[in-house]
Design a protein around this ligand. Structure first.
Ligand SMILES: Cc1cc2nc3c(=O)[nH]c(=O)nc-3n(C[C@H](O)[C@H](O)[C@H](O)COP(=O)(O)O)c2cc1C
Length: 342
């Protein structure tokens, strides 16, 4: 699997998720089997580039290559500049967000809203490709199946994007109008795959090794991308890899390993976000990891009252040690959340 000239480790991708896939989480996913992980979206608004939030999003210190940065915006020239700016700061691949509603960053609906205005979408693609091509940086596109059920234009847009120089397209099998409701469908992803010769990535509702195999078979996609099911369960990537390789389910991870991964993740998380923000934003990762586990809910409530890094780590370690005494391997695989949390 390649994106332009860049070779990837495998065909299992972590989806970009604002507020979730910061550098520490991407690194963890990559360590646990993801071949590729895209940053949270970075705004094309120059006035925000130096803000703490955006600079944290553009922090790639120590991240395993390739570094892929997603940009969001509605103005072609600004998107071109944003691409160049991020390449200068280490991006090796630029991804254009046409897959997720991104109102906050632009004061206008960006992201998937662009699918409604194909002319503007293409103008943006051309500007970003023009900024990246001289730097030998491939540009990818993340989109949905279309605007609404009667306007599924993913195939047309993917063809136009390919002609304009896009190196890979990821398709979330829902329309923009659907939000996260209903089920993702894969027929449109399969149609996109048949229509273009660049790599196509299937995304939406892939939450188990079995589902991964079904989606590969249904779409012929070159890769799959996993978002919500990796929250609190980043080892899903290696579970999928194991199942695809052997046809057998991997053993659940050991509680001691999950504890070690989570504690290492928390350390990285605090280093990036600082104590005040870090302790608070880490709660969601801890909560996701505990989802469905015996006593997890009660611990979550207790943990929300903790506001120092040291105490949070200690509490998490003690909780997992207690769990390990009754169950050496993770008791049940916690389910993925059903709705977007942003
Ligand atoms: C919390 C959250 C944040 C997201 N942020 C982004 C984003 O920044 N850029 C983007 O293209 N998609 C974003 N998405 C959409 C995901 O990348 C993905 O397309 C979607 O969740 C469907 O995949 P899944 O069913 O595997 O979660 C986000 C989704 C969630 C749940």
């Amino acid at each position: 699997m390649r994106i332009g000239h860049i070779q990837l480790a495998n065909r299992l991708f972590a989806a970009p998720m604002a507020g979730v896939t910061d550098r520490p989480f991407r690194q963890l996913c990559k360590r646990l089997g993801a071949g590729y992980a895209v940053s949270e979206m970075v705004t094309s608004r120059k006035d925000l580039w130096t803000s703490l939030k955006t600079s944290r999003r553009a922090d790639h210190e120590g991240e395993a290559a390739p570094i892929a940065v997603q940009i969001a915006g509605t103005d072609a020239a600004m998107m071109g500049e944003a691409a160049a700016y991020n390449v200068d700061r280490g991006a090796q691949i630029i991804d254009i967000n046409m897959g997720c509603p991104a109102k906050k960053v632009c004061n206008k609906w960006a992201g998937s809203a662009l699918m409604k205005d194909e002319a503007l979408a293409l103008e943006i693609i051309e500007a970003v490709v023009a900024a990246c091509a001289p730097r030998n940086v491939p540009v990818t596109l993340k989109m949905r199946t279309g605007w609404c059920a009667s306007e599924k234009n993913a195939v047309r847009l993917a063809r136009a994007a390919e002609s304009a120089g896009i190196a890979m397209v990821a398709v979330h099998g829902r329309t923009r109008e659907q939000g996260y409701g209903g089920d993702a469908e894969y027929d449109t992803v399969a149609a996109v795959k048949r229509a273009v010769s660049i790599p196509v990535v299937a995304n939406g509702d892939i939450d188990s090794p079995q589902k991964a195999r079904t989606v590969f078979a249904a779409t012929g996609a070159d890769a799959i991308m996993i978002g919500r099911a990796a929250q609190g369960r980043p080892w899903i990537f290696r579970e999928i890899a194991h199942f695809l390789d052997t046809g057998e389910e991997a053993e659940p991870p050991r509680v001691a390993d999950v504890k070690a991964w989570l504690i290492e993740h928390l350390g990285d998380h605090y280093r990036l976000h600082g104590e005040f923000t870090g302790v608070r934003s880490a709660r969601k990762h801890i909560g996701w990891t505990l989802r469905g586990l015996p006593g997890g809910e009660a611990f979550r409530a207790e943990m929300n009252a903790i506001d120092s890094c040291e105490a949070q780590i200690e509490a998490v370690a003690a909780w997992f040690d207690a769990l390990a005494e009754s169950a050496p391997t993770m008791p049940t695989a916690p389910g993925a959340p059903t709705a977007a949390t942003h």
